[in-house]
Design a protein around this ligand. Sequence first.
Ligand code: NAP
Ligand code: G4F
Length: 350
Amino acid sequence: MALTKTAFITGVTGQDGAYLAKLLLDKGYEVHGGVRRTSDLRATRLEALGVAGDVRLHDFELGELNNIHRILKKVRIDEFYNLAAQSFVGTSWDLPIYAGDINGLGVARILDSLRTLSPETRFYQASSSEMFGRAEQFPQVETTRFHPRSPYGVAKVYGHYITVNYRESFGMHASCGILFNHESPLRGKEFVTGKITLALAAIAHGADTPCVLGNLDARRDWGFAGDYVDGIWRMLQQDRADDYILATGVTSSVRDFVGYAAEALGMDIEWSGEGIAERGVDRRTGRTVVTVSEEFFRPAEVERLQGDASKAHRVLGWTPTVEVRELAAMMARHDYDVIAARSGQGPARS
Ligand code: NAP
Ligand code: G4F
């Protein structure tokens, strides 16, 4: 009889943490997760996926070395997934030292603790396409040079290379997933996709406040988080640890994403003007749906990302299943239905 595997997920209350916890529970794992002690102890994303009662939660702050030691002394862990991070790029300019501590040094804290207390544990590090930043090569592959453009990205480069270094120095089974943007109905509403789908769903319900955005020309390779956690799990099932890109290979602009979400909600956007004077108006109602403000531009921008996941496809057998238009529709309809449920109305039109 196969022994039950045990996994520990840092950042289990986040988008990816919730999807990964569900995936591992469905595979029969015993799943433990680290949660920060806050004023609201509800794990709403785990609740949304119906697994809140099945994950064993532990107080966990990645800034505190003793928290990692406590977990490793208490639980025998086969697979350790480090998803915790100061994850919102825009905020990282306000918290550059904190971002460096959690996204960079936090990874070293875990790796060094594993090396001394549990060297056989397999380790996953949540690296990011943000590390490519001002990329010189399209599409980006695992060997494309990093040129991060934010304190977040700089810290993630440290987290990435310290993982590679512990693999090379101590033979640890430590892998990095260089993941391109992945979204879902559980995505935080500070990220551009979640912000757009919530604002447009509210407008479809009659709200008269437009969605105020920053750089509409920025391009991202957007996939579905549910697909990406499957790729993450596959990385730790390999005999040899390595680094892999997960991406769809398709790049779309923020403006495109607005159009896809709008379409799913029965709107048809006409764009006019340029720069901060640009507007998106619904042709069917004449209402202004999108405006632009300097407030949401970043000090340094990542203009365009597009990933090549051939290696993950070849070695891991991983393929994304949701394309960006379908993703935008999934998120927009979800938000529409949540608002409808709150106000006692029916579900979204298809
Ligand atoms: P998310 O929804 O923002 O979740 C981040 C998680 O980290 C939350 O559970 C948060 O806890 C936790 N956390 C933050 N600071 C912590 C600390 N100091 N100690 C302990 N836990 C802490 O992010 P996500 O989208 O799921 O992303 C997961 C990981 O993948 C992150 O490392 C992110 O940088 C990386 N990544 C994401 C993407 C993407 O497109 N989603 C792409 C590439 C890489 P609270 O609930 O208490 O805030
Ligand atoms: O949705 P975003 O905030 O995601 P960003 O910066 O790409 O970061 C996400 O993906 C990374 C992987 O590449 C992860 F590592 C990271 O943890 C996170 O999950 O912004 C996407 C783009 C940016 O170019 C931004 O300038 O959208 C542009 N944008 C335009 N208007 C906006 C807005 N972004 C936000 N958040 N809000 C706006 O109003």
